[in-house]
Design a protein around this ligand. Structure first.
Ligand code: G3H
Length: 248
């Protein structure tokens, strides 16, 4: 089964209304690969603003995070029902910036993923190793442990997209080589086959993230197990369109 190419733009904590309007207008006016699924994730404060300004029906809006409880006394968090209220169907979870800067554990990320999926929100679930872990030769073991924590919580993977993002490649300009990325993507797929089932392994999209740009995307997109990208910095620039169209 051919997996649909998927490109996510993670704006992180960037942009004001003026900047976001320009980014969205660029997407509204662009010819985007009709075979690609595209989501953009603005800061929570601007989810509705971006949604209202987005006129390209090819592009959906995602949150960058969501909490694992219904509404209540959880200062600073946003709930699944609030996303649904705005018609938001996607969220990113487990980004390494949240794992590392905000101390989110594998278990907490897995619990939020379960809660989102159980309540109808699709999840771009992130994993990936640090530079030290890679240098120690433990990348695959590390990513497998992250997957195992997720698999303990969830059984239905059909609304999960996995994003492999080596931390050393994020925002550094140090993109993984296509061989490095493909090796980990293939390992993730074979872990899914062994520990979940063949169908999930075959159907789950595995994105690469980490310094993807208009120059390196085409080569990466040719790899067998790279089903798209999660793009940070370049998603704020006009070149995001070229990344979306990298499979054409
Ligand atoms: O979520 C996106 C990734 O962290 C990649 O960020 P980057 O493209 O700026 O390296």
């Amino acid at each position: 089964m051919a997996r649909q190419f998927f490109v996510g733009g993670n704006f992180k904590m960037n942009g004001t209304q003026k900047d976001l309007k320009a980014i969205v207008e660029n997407l509204n006016n662009a010819q985007l690969d009709s075979n690609a699924e595209v989501v953009i994730a603005p800061p929570a404060l601007y989810l509705d603003f971006v949604k209202q300004n987005l006129k390209n029906s090819k592009v959906e809006v995602a949150a960058q995070n969501v909490f694992n409880k219904p509404n209540g006394a959880f200062t600073g968090e946003i709930s699944v029902s609030q996303l649904q209220d705005l018609g938001i169907k996607w969220t990113i979870l487990g980004h390494s910036e949240r794992r590392n800067e905000l101390g989110e554990s594998d278990e907490f990320v897995a619990s939020k993923t379960k809660y989102a999926l159980d309540n109808g929100i699709s999840v771009i679930w992130c994993c990936g190793e640090s530079k030290d872990t890679r240098q120690a030769g433990e990348t695959i073991k590390f990513v497998e442990n992250q997957l195992a924590a997720l698999a303990k919580e969830i059984s239905d993977w059909k609304n999960v997209v996995v994003a492999y993002e080596p931390i050393w490649a994020i925002g550094t300009g140090l993109v993984a080589t296509k061989e490095q990325a493909q090796e980990v993507h293939a390992a993730i797929r074979s872990w899914l086959k062994k520990n979940v089932n063949e169908k999930v392994a075959e159907e789950t999209r595995i994105l690469y993230g980490g310094s993807v740009n208009a120059k390196n995307c085409k080569d990466l997109a040719k790899e067998e197990d790279i089903d798209g990208f999660l793009v940070g910095g370049a998603s704020l620039k006009p070149e995001f369109v070229e990344i979306i169209n990298s499979k054409q």
